[in-house]
Design a protein around this ligand. Structure first.
Ligand code: HEC
Ligand code: HEC
Length: 148
């Protein structure tokens, strides 16, 4: 235990020191603009409509939407997504049917239709765009999803 905390202290010290060095060159995602100044918003990313689905990176990831969803309303009375993704209709539209996990409510009870907590699809699913990583990273997909 003692050795462990000593290692952590050294690590922390090293981090703090290298942090101080890097301070001058840090550039936040909003750019090197003073905090009291407004930054122009980035251009909207272009939705990649009708392209092959981008593969998932981890097993629990909500799959990205490989089509445009402009004007698809999700309201109290109507869920446009379910026109194509419901178990009734998916075959007619060659869409993936909504996952069975979406039928389970917050108490773990399996319902006969999509659970209210999964009703607002775009809470989790987003359209796919050609976006570069914001920061450099060496993320690797889980083995179950990588192709050898
Ligand atoms: C007009 C029919 C239609 C509507 C409406 C529609 N989709 Fe789709 N969706 C499809 C089809 C067809 C595919 C399969 C496309 C493919 O695999 O290339 C698909 C694919 C998807 C996928 C990828 C599934 C997978 O297997 O990876 C997601 C997620 C998705 N749609 C979400 C949505 C959401 C959220 C909405 C509402 C905002 C929506 N869709 C509305 C037809 C539709
Ligand atoms: C709370 C987050 C959340 C919401 C809300 C949600 N989903 Fe999902 N969805 C996921 C996750 C996570 C997965 C992947 C794991 C799984 O299947 O549960 C998924 C998977 C899917 C799939 C792929 C199923 C498959 O067999 O590969 C489709 C299609 C889909 N969702 C459509 C929808 C639609 C349509 C709605 C709205 C009615 C919706 N989702 C709402 C999180 C969500």
């Amino acid at each position: 235990m003692k050795l462990k905390s000593a290692t952590i202290t050294i690590l922390t010290l090293t981090l703090v020191m290298s942090g101080a060095n890097a301070a001058e060159s840090i550039r936040s995602l909003r750019g090197a603009v003073a905090i009291d100044q407004e930054v122009n918003a980035d251009d909207m990313k272009k939705v990649q409509a009708e392209t092959a689905p981008i593969q998932r990176n981890y097993v629990q990831q909500p799959p990205l939407i490989p089509h445009s969803i402009r004007n698809y309303t999700i309201s109290l009375n109507n869920n446009k997504c379910m026109d194509c993704h419901s178990w009734q209709n998916y075959q007619d539209f060659e869409a993936t049917k909504v996952s069975q996990t979406h039928f389970t409510d917050s108490q773990g009870v399996d319902l006969a239709d999509v659970s209210p907590r999964r009703y607002f699809c775009t809470q989790c699913h987003i359209t796919q765009v050609d976006a570069q990583p914001l920061v450099e990273n060496d993320f690797v997909k889980v083995r179950a999803l990588s192709r050898y």
